[in-house]
Design a binder for this molecule. Sequence first.
Ligand code: CTP
Ligand code: MG
Length: 223
Amino acid sequence: GDVAVVVPAAGAGVRLGPGAPKALRLLEGEPLLVHAIRRTASAPSVRMIVVAAPPAEVEAVHDLLAPVAPVTVVAGGAERQDSVAAALAVVPDDVGIVLVHDAARCLAPAELFERVAAAVRDGADAVIPALPVVDTIKEVAADGTVLGTVDRSALRAVQTPQGFRAGTLRAAHAAAADSHTDDAGAVEKLGRPVLCVPGSDFALKITRPIDLALATHLLKLSE
Ligand code: CTP
Ligand code: MG
């Protein structure tokens, strides 16, 4: 493999409700992070994995993942981008391609990692998996008045893993002054092109309790 995968897993999971940090919550008896790392490690392109864990859970996460795959675990930060930066900092300079993958997208299949990595290998600086938006999208004022209907055909819902030439991701993070919700966003701010490849329904992000229910079902379909 020629790819390092950085896995931000340090979030609290506030929208999932009270409980352990999200990456350690259980899906069919196993932590989301175990599901995520098992799939990440099964992608043939993957050479190394760096997990950004909740700072209080670094040791526990190391022990949890040791039987699953060889991983490096670092302490994450206050914001997702801080966690990505902390993990990126330990990726060796000789790794040419870096993927960033949310632990919360724990059912993203190996094929998706391969699709994203292949597009970077083929010359793209930054690659994101994306799906068409299925709902009609409205722009709405604070008082609930509809301002207009957005042209959905030009919109995409974006997932991870997102793939980058390593130098591009490092430059984007170094330059990022304000916050960004995804790493491609920081690359866009550098003015560099970002390419979409088809996403996967299995790469949904577990955010709310309903997503855990959905993932329980998807898990049965994927195994
Ligand atoms: N993440 C992280 N460090 C943070 C915040 C988020 O590594 N300081 C990670 C999460 O663990 C998750 C991914 O970034 O794998 C996507 O974030 P999100 O879905 O928002 O997870 P949480 O921040 O944990 O959830 P919430 O926003 O509901 O608290
Ligand atoms: Mg969050």
